[in-house]
Ligand binder design. Structure first.
Ligand code: ATP
Ligand code: MG
Length: 450
């Protein structure tokens, strides 16, 4: 299913809330979408929390799907959009630091308190709209009689916000703060440390002092979290323009060690900060690795790639990309200017070239610009950057060559000549091949056993 437009998704969520309300239930927008609406950033998906049990939700809507009925979550398809509807719940003890062992359906307050950070623990009633400008003194209107005891309730342009944990204040102060005791909340699920870093960098928020201290204290315990979850968090952190802030914060909190399975470093992630949003995920990882001082000698690439693959649960494509890009950077830095025209063209036509060039340019913009200019020159040569070969193995055999050990070397040398515009027709290419084959043959005779 393709992503619905935010407008359609919010309309569908509103429709579901209205239907639940008409059936006598309490229903609010909850979690990330409320946070995003209040911060003014585009909400990704709209989640609903309600006192209706999963059975009730399934009975009320014709198109539903159980996604986690034991957790009280039902997917409702409404107006062509799928929306998660979850019953208010409190989480039981965590034994695998990932999912609570049991959940108990409970109150909105308990549901807010099970959530990780205060800014993620707000509810919004989008149907309760007062005119926020209605107060002549310009004060933010507050509901006279709270709907829920113990909650601060405040009208916003989006509706009535219900806040059990001080999240509204933290949004104002731009603070990521754990709900309740930071130590306990991290011990329940160590992935929350990475979520804190992701939200802080994404929104440019600070980490509350106590939350940051707790993260630092528990950093090494992140190793207990599955590599898949860790990898997903890092992929999302580096996917956002604030990626260098995320990397810096991970390092600052000592999380880089359990995340990357290598010693903690404090170096500023400068290349990562300049890498640009069009880059691939593995290019960002490569930039960060180089920022961290991993010297890229050819012999160091394979162990680094193997480590990152395990640490971040990289796919085969990502692993191969990382390896190629790191190799490419080493190749470009080692001696692009001294390479032959053919070697430069071969490099410029490789998969890794543009991505490796991003990294070279991020550390040395002049060198990056020089390489780009040179590639444009190469593109304008008669043969261009990556022409179809004038001859291949079959053409050579047809021209009377015997397939043998020198074959590939001859073909490569002939293609180099084509790239350098020393041959431009098949006949010239075959003639050169004959010459080369004879030479190479003589070399082999000389160096062979007597
Ligand atoms: P985004 O989807 O933009 O990454 P989000 O806050 O919506 O951010 P989700 O993973 O979709 O994140 O989770 C939805 C809500 O569930 C969160 O806002 C939070 O209230 C709660 N939540 C998610 N993961 C955890 C967790 N590990 N511990 C406690 N609460 C969590
Ligand atoms: Mg979400």
């Amino acid at each position: 299913m393709s992503e619905p437009s935010p407008d359609r998704a919010s309309r569908a969520a509103l429709g579901i809330i209205r239907a639940l309300r008409d059936a006598g239930h309490t229903a609010y927008l909850a979690g990330g979408c409320v946070r995003d609406l209040l911060i003014g950033s585009a909400a990704k998906d709209y989640d609903i929390a309600t006192d209706a049990t999963p059975d009730r939700v399934q009975a009320l809507f014709p198109k539903t799907q159980e996604v986690g009925a034991s957790f009280g979550v039902v997917l409702v398809k409404h107006e062509g959009v799928a929306i998660e509807v979850a019953t208010f719940r409190s989480d039981g003890p965590y034994s695998d630091s990932r999912r609570p062992d049991t959940v108990v359906f409970s109150t909105p307050e308990m549901d807010a308190r099970r959530r990780d950070f205060t800014i993620n623990a707000l509810f919004l009633d989008p149907l309760d709209l007062r005119d926020p400008a209605g107060d002549p003194n310009g004060n933010e209107p507050v509901r006279a009689e709270p709907r829920h005891r113990g909650a601060a309730e405040r009208y916003t342009e989006q509706g009535l916000v219900i806040d059990f944990v001080g999240g509204l204040e933290d949004i104002k102060r731009k603070l990521i703060r754990a709900v309740g005791d930071a130590d306990k909340r991290l011990a329940e699920d160590h992935l929350r440390a990475l979520r804190a870093v992701r939200f802080a960098s994404r929104y440019g928020f600070d980490l509350d002092e106590e939350t940051a201290e707790a993260i630092r204290r528990h950093a090494s315990e992140l190793r207990g979290v599955s590599r898949e979850r860790i990898g997903d968090e890092v992929r999302r952190m580096l996917g956002h323009p604030s990626r260098h802030l995320a990397a810096w914060t991970l390092q600052y909190l000592g999380l880089d060690e359990p995340v990357l399975l290598e010693p903690s470093r404090k170096a500023a992630p400068k290349r990562l900060g300049r890498i640009g949003d069009e880059s691939r995920y593995w290019t960002r990882l490569a930039a960060w690795a180089i920022d961290r001082g991993s010297i890229i000698e050819a012999t160091q690439i394979a162990p680094l790639v193997a480590r990152y693959r395990e640490a971040l649960n990289l796919s085969n494509e990502e692993r191969d990309g990382l390896k190629a890009v790191l190799g490419g950077v080493a190749h470009l830095l080692r001696g692009w200017p001294g390479m032959s025209t053919a070697a430069q063209k071969r490099a410029a036509a490789s998969d890794w070239f543009l991505e490796s060039l991003r990294i070279v340019a991020s550390e040395n913009p002049e060198e990056g610009a020089r390489i780009k200019t040179r590639v444009e020159q190469l593109q304008r040569t008669p043969s261009g950057l990556a022409p179809e070969p004038l001859v291949d193995g079959r053409t050579l055999i047809e021209a009377g060559f015997a397939p043998g050990p020198v074959f590939k070397r001859v073909l490569d040398a002939v293609y180099d000549a084509q790239l350098e515009d020393r041959v431009s027709t098949a006949a010239e290419a075959i003639e050169l091949a004959r010459l080369l084959a004879a030479e190479v043959g003589e070399d082999e005779d000389e160096s062979g056993p007597v």
